[in-house]
Write a protein that binds this ligand. Structure first.
Ligand code: PLP
Length: 312
């Protein structure tokens, strides 16, 4: 996605009330503290604005790095921020404390160095990235005087493994991102969702600049369609072929060029009509499945495709 440019012709509307409602739903349905993941600029929705919108509903925030936490200005809310990514070798405990950031650590040296910043142990339960192998858990816990542990869990077996390794030790534990919120056993002492906070909150749209009855095989590959239109968003803006909606009907982005996309149209669709690329009935999950990737990727990519506007 690096190198993508937002199209000035694509509107990205962010519904902060929807983010709030999603956070309230997560709280109600899980009944445990909520750590809101606002990494990657809150999945492209804008970390500062998102954090402001939900600060009173959450127990803490989570970013990848200290720098992300600083630029999201999350220390304003007096809640701690967990970082889950690699730590700069020169980052001190004082810097972390200044911004109320608690780093996840997974090796003895870092745990020792950042001990005063109340680090959290990241335990490897299968992901094999940014996490401590089982055999070093005791050493790292002791080095950092650690009372809290997490794992990056995307499947329930990751949670079972966490409990096997770190259960019954009096540690505060958390594991669940969005994929495991519905699993009571995964909720532990807190949940850590990103996507579940953002579902339905970004509406990405563009207007038809052309609309015509097709006269034969069209586009790059010669697609055959009774009627098609064009929007000013293409692969340089992160758009890919997949689902969309035009005038309330499910349609397809048929083919994309550098800065334009071909859209399947119905008889009544005309120039100026709005093509919804995400939002309304076009869900992150549908787009992600159609792109053969995750809903998170579909969201981040489409949220970056145009010009952001906030609905408050
Ligand atoms: C990104 C991330 C999450 C949130 O993931 P979602 O699937 O978007 O809820 C939780 N935990 C870790 C360690 C992550 O990296």
């Amino acid at each position: 996605m690096t190198g993508m440019v937002p199209s000035p012709h694509v509107m990205v509307q962010i519904d902060l009330q929807r983010v709030r409602a999603n956070a309230q739903t997560v709280r109600r349905e899980t009944g445990v503290p909520l750590i809101a993941v606002v990494k990657a600029d809150a999945y492209g929705l804008g970390a500062q604005r998102v954090a402001e919108a939900i600060a009173d509903l959450v127990d803490g925030f989570c970013t990848s790095t200290l720098n992300e936490a600083i630029s999201a200005r999350v220390e304003r809310f007096g809640k701690s921020t967990l970082t889950i990514g690699p730590i700069a070798p020169d980052a001190s405990a004082e810097q972390h404390l200044k911004y109320n950031v608690r780093p996840a650590v997974w090796d003895r040296e870092t745990a020792l160095r950042l001990r005063r910043a109340h680090p959290v142990l990241s335990i490897d339960t299968g992901m094999q990235r940014f996490a401590c192998p089982r055999e070093h858990v005791d050493t790292v816990l002791a080095a950092g005087e650690i009372h809290e542990a997490l794992t990056h869990a995307t499947r329930i077996e990751h949670v079972h493994r966490l409990l096997t390794i770190a259960g019954n030790r009096g540690l505060k534990l958390h594991a669940a991102g969005s994929a495991l919120l519905h699993e009571p056993v995964a909720r532990l002492d807190a949940v850590r969702p990103g996507l579940a906070l953002y579902r339905g909150a970004a509406r990405v749209s563009a207007q038809l600049v052309e609309a015509r009855d097709s006269t034969g095989p069209a586009g790059y590959g010669g697609f055959i369609m009774p009627r098609h239109g064009v929007i000013l968003a293409g692969y340089s803006n992160g758009l890919r072929p997949g689902p969309c909606a035009v005038n309330g009907t499910a349609r397809r982005v048929i083919e994309v060029g550098m800065q334009s996309g071909f859209i399947e149209l119905g008889a009544g669709d005309k120039v100026g009509d709005e093509v919804v690329l995400l939002g309304d009935d076009v869900h992150e999950d549908h787009v992600g499945a159609s792109w053969e990737t995750s809903p998170q990727q579909a969201l981040v990519q489409l949220a970056a495709a145009g010009v952001r506007q906030y609905l408050t």
